[in-house]
Design a protein. Structure first.
Lengths: 413, 86
């Protein structure tokens, strides 16, 4: 590692592109309904006063409305705020259409979330055309083929981190590059928390070793960065800031989970059971669809007074049937020492293995169970989710709506 | 104001083979023929194996969300909105 201490900025031409669909959910709503264009629009989990704002239109952002505010707070800032609830299918349709366009330029297209893609153009014919030419062409095609109200910010760089940083420089509709000729100037214009991955806590860590600006961060040597992060992360940041690739990692699926913010707080395990059952059905269906089984179940409960309970259990045998997952989850739920109104409930299955290695059980007929579960999944797949459900899930149609998470998305296409 | 409806509706649909485009031209709703001014978005959704086409369209002052069931080619009006705060 010592030999790399004087590593220069990467001189490789910018072949990485980061694309970010501006104000994604809100812009798509404005695209679908032209009467909403040029107006402050927010997409919120619920349109009730305590609903959490998930996305704000460019016009709403200008009035100070941000992701995470409650609808009532948004309305205090802008009484004319138009609030819509999420329409996940619409957002998926735009994501898929965007991916289709991008895939025509390079085979290396990685969706980072519903509204972000990373493209690697190295070795492709498109790269010969010039990255700025291709970027403008992509922007034009999005307007013509997906929607004329949609804009994207594009960042170019020699690595993923700098491409992402460049995409944040001008919003909306930006097109910027960070390379060896302009990185010093751009670093001077940014604060530490402008960097993706540096939150307030990390900025404090850096401050404690005398790093206050991005330029300080860039100039810091590896021992200083190691003393700030106390881990390999310091070395990774040393490379990232110099344009060397460290984030081209394809993470395996480690778990399947679902969470739900309850519109009205429920307290007892019996009250929570139907919602837990529906979450389990969703998790189980997705896990089996990806051909996994799990040897662990975890639940987490956030209470109205911000108390938090979570517990996981590792099992002797892998499970795949939603009924088995529910049984374990209910046991964990009853372990909670609190009897308080629950605000958020989450369940996940971990310790995954392939279902192709189904082990025969001496006391239970796993193959029979497998056939039954496969038949139920096939019926639900043919007629739509939740045609056949456990009785415990009765009367939950208004709960646990289809939602898109903020992070990486899998199995969308 | 948004009004969720889910009611059968009559729709006149045009297919232009030169532009390779399909778009609703007129909606017959509440005893009135409403001309479609703009198609904001067209996307598809699957419920089970049934494919639905969703058209988000506007007249001069109203928004309509129209759903075409490709199993029976029946239309449903799912939503009307006026683009004002709810």
């Amino acid at each position: 590692m010592d030999s790399q201490i004087n590593l220069d900025f990467n001189r490789r031409p910018s072949s990485i592109m980061h694309i970010d669909l501006n104000s994604c959910f809100a812009s798509i709503e404005q695209q679908a309904n032209p009467l909403l264009r040029h107006k402050p629009v927010a997409v919120a989990a619920y349109d009730t006063p305590n609903g959490c704002i998930l996305a704000a239109s460019i016009e709403a952002k200008r009035l100070g409305i941000k992701v995470g505010l409650h609808v009532k707070e948004g309305r205090l800032l802008c009484p004319d705020l138009i609030v819509r609830t999420p329409d996940s299918d619409k957002y998926r349709a735009v994501h898929i259409a965007l991916k289709k366009i991008l895939s025509e330029y390079t085979p290396k297209v990685v969706p980072k979330s519903i509204d972000e893609f990373v493209l690697d153009f190295s070795g492709t014919p498109s790269f010969q055309k010039g990255m700025f030419v291709v970027s403008r062409e992509i922007k034009d095609r999005i307007k013509k083929e997906i929607g004329d109200y949609l804009t994207v910010s594009i960042g170019l760089g020699p690595n993923r981190f700098l491409a992402k940083t460049a995409s944040n420089l001008h919003k909306p509709d930006g097109l910027d590059e960070i390379n060896e000729t302009n990185y010093r100037e751009i670093y001077q214009s940014l604060s530490l928390t402008d960097l993706n991955g540096i939150n307030k806590q990390n900025a404090t860590r850096l401050n404690m070793v005398g790093i206050y600006t991005v330029t300080d961060f860039f100039k810091a040597d590896i021992p200083l960065l190691r003393s700030a992060f106390h881990s390999i992360l310091g070395y990774y940041w040393f490379l990232r800031l110099r344009g060397w690739e460290i984030d081209d990692v394809d993470w395996d699926t480690k778990s399947f989970g679902h969470s739900y913010s309850l519109p009205k707080p429920l307290t007892t395990p019996e009250e929570l059971a139907p919602i837990l059952s529906k979450l389990v059905e969703k998790v189980g269906f997705r896990m089996r669809h990806s051909d996994f089984q799990a040897k662990g179940v975890h639940i987490a409960l956030l209470y109205k007074d911000h108390q938090y309970f979570h517990e996981g259990r590792s099992l002797d045998q892998p499970i795949f049937d939603s009924r088995d997952i529910f049984r374990v989850a209910m046991r964990l739920l009853r372990h909670s020492p609190y009897r308080l109104p629950v605000r958020n409930i989450a369940i996940s299955c971990f310790a995954l293995s392939s279902r192709s290695t189904l082990q025969l059980d001496l006391f239970h007929d796993n193959q029979r169970k497998e056939s039954l579960v496969a038949a139920i999944d096939a019926i639900n797949d043919r007629w739509g989710n939740f045609v056949i459900t456990p009785a415990t899930m009765a009367n939950t149609s208004e709960f646990v709506h289809d939602r898109i998470g903020f992070g990486q998305i899998r199995g969308l296409i | 104001m948004i009004q969720k409806i889910s009611a059968p509706v009559s729709v006149q649909l045009i297919y232009d083979h030169r532009l390779r485009k399909v778009s609703p031209r007129q909606i017959f709703w509440d005893g009135k023929a409403i001309r479609v001014a703009e198609v904001g978005m067209h996307h598809t959704v699957r419920e089970g194996r049934t494919l639905f086409h969703i058209f988000s369209v506007t007249s001069s002052d109203l928004f309509f969300r129209l759903k075409l069931d490709t199993d029976n080619l029946f239309w449903t009006l799912e939503e009307i909105a006026d683009g004002l705060p709810n």
